[in-house]
Design a binder for this molecule. Structure first.
Ligand code: ZN
Length: 146
């Protein structure tokens, strides 16, 4: 199981143990819950938008190491970025987990590319990004067509 060994080492393990942008922030515009019932992953995403950019991106939640690491990685990828850019990144991430190329803009989130070969875990890795898309929609940003 070399692939699984890879997935549970390095950046994924590190982010799951020490998630970035973790915990409810003092102020935010929106809290969006996301659930992956198949695995039991739960996530609350907090967003604050200033001048069209994601000034605050943080999360709380519990679940498997992949979902927690993916959430941590997602927050670092989109924090401080324009909402439209974040929406485009979500589309890129989903495409990567459907077997597509790993867009360079995804940065460290590319470590999750191997999950595409583990269909049972794809929903764990995409949960944070799907939750982000719902949150952006609720804030009035249209998802990017993909
Ligand atoms: Zn999971």
């Amino acid at each position: 199981m070399a692939l699984l060994d890879d997935l549970y080492s390095g950046a994924i393990l590190e982010h799951s143990r020490r998630p970035r942008n973790h915990g409810e922030p003092e102020s935010y515009d929106l809290a969006q819950e996301g659930i992956n019932p198949g695995c039991g992953d739960e996530l609350t995403l907090y967003l604050r938008v200033v001048d069209g950019s994601l000034a605050t991106v943080a999360f709380n939640g519990q679940g498997c190491a992949i979902s927690q690491a993916a959430a941590s990685l997602m927050t670092t990828a989109v924090k401080g970025r324009p909402a439209a850019y974040a929406s485009a990144l979500a589309a890129s991430f989903k495409a990567m987990l459907q077997g597509g190329a790993a867009a360079e803009e995804l940065g460290e989130s590319r470590v999750l590319q191997g999950i595409a070969k583990l269909p049972a875990r794809v929903k764990c890795a995409t949960l944070p990004w799907l939750t982000l898309e719902v949150a952006l929609q609720r804030l009035g940003f249209e998802p990017r067509a993909s």
